[in-house]
Every structure is written in C-alpha cells, then in structure tokens.
Design a protein around this ligand. Structure first.
Ligand SMILES: [Fe+2]
Length: 348
C-alpha cells in the first residue's frame, strides 16, 4: 500500500508536538529500515515514503512518524532542518526495498564516470550494498539476487584502482553499530580496499568482496534468541552457532553467479592460521589463499563495532588483540597479512 504525504511539513510537527527524535536504533526493527539522510539527493523526487523514529508521550512510546511521501521532493531546506534537529537518519518501510535499491543505483549510474567520488557518493555506495543485501536475503535465489551488490563492488574496485576514491573516504564507508548487515557491508568494503591496496587482480578483489558481504548469511538460519543472547553461550549453543559457515555455504552453493572462491571463503571464514579455527580446523596451507585475509578482516570488524553488551575496541586495541591471539600451533592470524593490514589502516 502506498503511503500518503503528511499534511504538515515534518519540522513543524516536531517542533509543535510532544515528539522527541530517537537518534539511534537500539534494536533491529524489521518493519522499518534506517537510511542516512546523507544518502538522499536534494531536488530529486522520492520513489518511496520516509518516516522518522520518535519517542512520544510520557510513556516514551516509540513510533514512526510520516515525513515525506512516495513522489515528494526532498528539498535542501528540509534536509538541513532535519539535520539541525539531530535527525541524521530516516526510515523506509521494508516493502519498499526494491525501490530504494533502484533509487541508489540510479545515483551510482550517474556518478560512474565521475573523476573523483564525493563523501555523498561513498555513503550512497555503502547504502546500496546494505539494501541490496537485505533484498537478496528475502529471495530464495539468494546468490542470483546479489547482482546489484556485485555491480557496486565492481564500481568500488574501479574507483579505487584509478584513485577516483580518496583512500580516506573509505573509512567513512564503515558502519559503527553491529547488525548482520552492517558487519557484512564493512567486511566487504574492507576486503575490496585491502585487495586493491595490495594490487591483487580484479577477480580476486571481487571474490573476496562478495565473500565479505555473504560470509555470515548462515546466521539467518540460526534462531534469533541465540544470536542476541546476552549471557555466555553453553557448549551446545556454541556448537549450533559454529554451524553457520556450513549453513551459509549450503545456501549459496550451486549457483553460477558467484565465483567458486567466494563459496569456499564463506565456508572457511572462521578458519585460523594455526588450524584451530572451525568448521574444518584447516591449517594455513590447506585453506583457500584468500581465507587468511577474510578471517582477519572479519575478526577486526567484529572487535571494532559497537555492541550493546560490550564496548568497542579502538583500531589499535583490536590490532593488538589480533596479534596476541595464538593457538597451540602458533599465531591465529598470519603475521604477514596483519602487517600489511596495519599499512592499509595507516592511510586513514
Ligand atoms: Fe561468521
């Protein structure tokens, strides 16, 4: 069902009403998906409705308030007013995912030949990956549905290879809060940046980028209660959780639209350099040659993202923790890869 435009402009309603803007999503909401205001283009007509998340009344009830309707134009003045009010993200009903992907895709198409990517281009690129992944996870043909994200990864590789994307902007691409989607997008971006930095050929950049995006899809087949449990997991629960690389591999296999290497990397993303990882406990020589990069990036991003039950580590603390992690047979992460990754981070 299409939503109608609100009769009053949003800023007026916020100022006049008993509304407080909810700035950070505390929990994942399945009905509404956050979209940074920066990803929206002033002067363009929207192809989906926008809402803001507010806390209303004395009982602090969280509601979604209509902001702009499908077909409305987002004018610069509104955008600035919203930002001034502390609204840095708006919300889109989940049913409009295809329209959001198309809207962001159009922006990237227009910018494909730009000499240098802007901060906004980078935010649009990140959101395109995020929404494409969400959309892909809703379809039975998951691997095929990843096509829009694949295109965007190509776009990022091309931009980095011809230095159209200043390296400092790459860090703007990374999300700060953990969800399955934000972590996946972060690992995909880090993977493409790392491979390009090391001058790997394009197919390797894409293989690892796609693996970054899809490495945890197996988690969608594990019950939510287990994933969000605040208490420590029991040995049986750990056993269940450790099945997610195999579950992800099974979800993606048998589809020609993904490189074979990507499938193997999804299966191996928790393998460690000393053979103490899972699910197979493979030592380094028996792993895919890119697994050592993915396992490091996945662990680094997991440590530096904020989660409600623990503080996030600084990049420095995360790198130290990775360097110190050892199994019975030696370092858990390849020291040579870690050294190169520190070089990449020093571009920040
Ligand atoms: Fe994982």
């Amino acid at each position: 069902m299409r939503m109608e435009s609100p009769s009053l402009p949003l800023p007026r309603r916020i100022l006049d009403g008993d509304l407080r803007v909810r700035r950070r999503p505390v929990e994942e909401d399945r009905a509404f998906i956050p979209l940074p205001l920066e990803a929206l283009l002033p002067g363009e007509r929207l192809t989906f409705p926008l809402f803001i998340k507010v806390i209303q009344g004395s009982d602090s009830q969280v509601t979604y308030s209509p902001c702009l309707g499908d077909g409305d134009e987002l004018c610069q003045a509104w955008r600035e007013k919203l930002l001034a009010l502390g609204v840095d993200r708006v919300y889109v009903p989940e049913g409009y995912l295809p329209q959001v992907v198309a809207y962001l895709n159009n922006h990237l198409l227009v910018r494909a030949t730009a000499e240098e990517l802007s901060h906004q281009d980078i935010i649009v690129l990140r959101e395109h990956l995020h929404f494409s992944l969400r959309l892909a996870l809703q379809t039975p043909q998951l691997a095929q549905a990843v096509a829009p994200a694949k295109q965007t990864l190509h776009f990022l590789i091309t931009s980095l290879k011809r230095d159209a994307a200043p390296w400092k902007l790459i860090w703007d691409l990374l999300y700060q809060d953990y969800t399955l989607y934000t972590h996946s997008v972060n690992v995909a971006v880090l993977a493409v940046a790392f491979m390009t930095f090391l001058k790997f050929p394009r197919p390797d950049c894409l293989t690892l980028g796609l693996a970054g995006l899809l490495h945890d899809v197996g988690l969608t087949r594990i019950c939510q209660e287990l994933l969000t449990k605040p208490e420590p997991l029991s040995p049986e629960e750990w056993e269940l959780l450790r099945k997610h690389p195999c579950l992800g591999f099974r979800l993606l296999k048998g589809n020609a639209s993904l490189p074979l290497g990507t499938l193997r990397l999804v299966l191996e993303h928790h393998e460690l350099a000393d053979g103490s990882g899972y699910p197979q406990g493979l030592p380094l020589p028996r792993q895919h040659p890119l697994t050592r990069y993915l396992s490091l990036l996945e662990a680094y991003d997991g440590m530096t993202l904020f989660r409600p039950y623990r503080p996030r580590l600084t990049p420095f603390a995360a790198l130290n923790a990775l360097r110190e992690q050892r199994g019975k047979q030696g370092p858990a992460y390849d020291p040579q890869v870690l050294k190169k990754f520190i070089e990449l981070l020093s571009l920040n």
